[in-house]
Design a protein around this ligand. Structure first.
Ligand SMILES: *[C@@H]1O[C@H](CO)[C@@H](O)[C@H](O)[C@H]1NC(C)=O
Length: 434
């Protein structure tokens, strides 16, 4: 009997033990698998939780101490379409900025009193390793608007007609033209940009397919460079028919005298006829510029002269058309740098990819060199390298008599146009009231 009751006792203890173990296991599981649903505001709070998403900038502040006087800058044409913007930021952060932690300034024109959405602000803030600044451009900004002599009627009938201009994207959007005028003269005085010397301009829709390993801001600073560019496109003649004659008129004025010797005018002049524009440009997208140059009295004179021709509006001059001409005549060519091996690609489907395998390996490129346009007929990079005396990659023909051509892009109706199109009626209501 005694042994039976002892067995019964064991069984009871075993049962208690099993119950305890099960209870413990269930308790552990309940900790790990709490099923509850979050409301949207709660998710936003979670996303802003510093512990879940630590800010790289703050964590690694000590390794970013060596930062130069520079920042990234992006003008956002359409604040409601955020994914292309986020992809662009992610690409630059991953390829370059995570290593260096530079700031980023975002600007947009508040046409419809939209304000910077808080969610976009916090997403950018979490993605960017440096500090982030937001600039809302309002009607009070004297640089954002039409030149004073413009005639709205003329702008409507001549400047904005689709017609054969339809071949070049965005010619008919006022929002595009205003952005270009501001990027030529105005953005350098934005309060958050004012404190910086070097600004690396990045357009929405840009991605880089290679690792940018060197601190380009440091290179610009150390070598006292004025302009570093990534891409050198050929412009369509349809949008710049009046550009070069106005530039020549400016060069003929007292203030317009070109610098002696080592200017780069041959980059923009036809080899046979120096009075003819060869349509070559240094793209301002993915370019680093010394903003003090754009803040000089001389650049202001140049801009005001060109602006008085109203070519940004009646024709389709862009900010980089103007900057390229200015640089070619008034800056020593040794102050201009080509930034190689970026794997540049943009909203117009233009891309570059290092032609030699060694560079692609070294920079971890994910691009295909067969699609490289930097050394194609729709690029002026060869001209630039020739002028600078830099050796061309093997297999690339030298520049003499190449027939460069404007590349017609697939961008019509796609993102590059849509970002300007969407707010067009707001802009026209403000700037071209009937
Ligand atoms: C950065 O450059 C700007 C423009 O040249 C200048 O005003 C500012 O003082 C500089 N900042 C520092 C920290 O040197």
């Amino acid at each position: 009997m005694g042994s039976v009751s002892r067995i019964g006792l064991f069984r009871r203890e075993r049962r208690i033990l099993i119950v305890l173990i099960c209870g413990f296991v269930l308790w552990i599981f309940s900790k790990g698998f709490t099923l509850r649903s979050y409301t949207i505001p709660e998710i936003h709070t979670l996303l802003q939780d510093e512990e879940l998403y630590p800010e790289i900038g703050e964590e690694n502040e000590e390794i970013y101490l060596e930062k130069e006087n520079g920042t990234f800058y992006t003008y956002i044409p359409d604040i409601t379409t955020v994914e292309p913007l986020l992809r662009t930021v992610q690409s630059i952060e991953g390829s370059f900025n995570r290593k260096y932690g530079y700031d980023w300034v975002f600007a947009f024109f508040d046409a419809g009193s939209e304000k910077f959405p808080d969610e976009l602000k916090s997403r950018l803030d979490h993605m960017i390793s440096g500090s982030v600044h937001f600039e809302e451009i309002t009607l009070q900004n004297v640089h954002f608007g039409l030149p004073k002599d413009i005639e709205i009627g003329n702008l409507r009938t001549n400047g904005m007609t689709a017609g054969h201009y339809g071949l070049i994207p965005n010619h008919r959007y006022l929002s595009f033209k205003l952005k270009n005028r501001f990027a030529a003269y105005g953005f350098q005085f934005l309060p958050s940009l004012q404190q910086f010397k070097y600004v690396w301009n990045v357009d929405v829709g840009t991605e880089v397919k290679c690792d940018i390993q060197e601190d380009m801001f440091k290179k610009m600073t150390d070598e006292q460079l004025l302009y570093g560019f990534s891409y050198a496109p050929v412009e369509s003649i349809l949008g710049v028919r009046t550009l070069f004659e106005w530039f020549e008129k400016f060069m003929a004025t007292d203030e317009g005298k070109i610098i002696n010797g080592d200017h780069m005018l041959d980059f923009v002049r036809d080899a046979e006829d120096v009075h003819k524009y060869n349509l070559c440009n240094l793209e301002s997208n993915m370019a680093i510029i010394d903003m003090d140059l754009l803040r000089t009295q001389h650049y202001k004179l140049f801009f005001e002269y060109m602006d008085s021709a109203l070519g940004i509006f009646y024709d389709r001059w862009t900010d980089y058309n103007l900057k390229t001409l200015y640089l070619s005549a008034y800056v020593p060519k040794s102050k201009i740098l080509w930034i190689p091996s970026t794997g540049y690609s943009d909203a117009l489907y233009r891309m570059s990819c290092p032609l030699d395998e060694e560079s692609r390996m070294k920079h971890g490129c994910t691009c295909d060199p067969r699609y490289d346009l930097a050394f194609s007929r729709s690029s002026c990079l060869r001209y630039f390298l020739n002028i600078e005396g830099i050796q061309l990659p093997p297999g690339v023909r030298p520049t003499e008599k190449i027939d460069i051509r404007f590349k017609r892009t697939r961008a019509k109706g796609e993102f590059f146009e849509k970002q300007y199109q969407r707010l067009e009626s707001d802009y026209e209501k403000i700037f071209m009231p009937r």
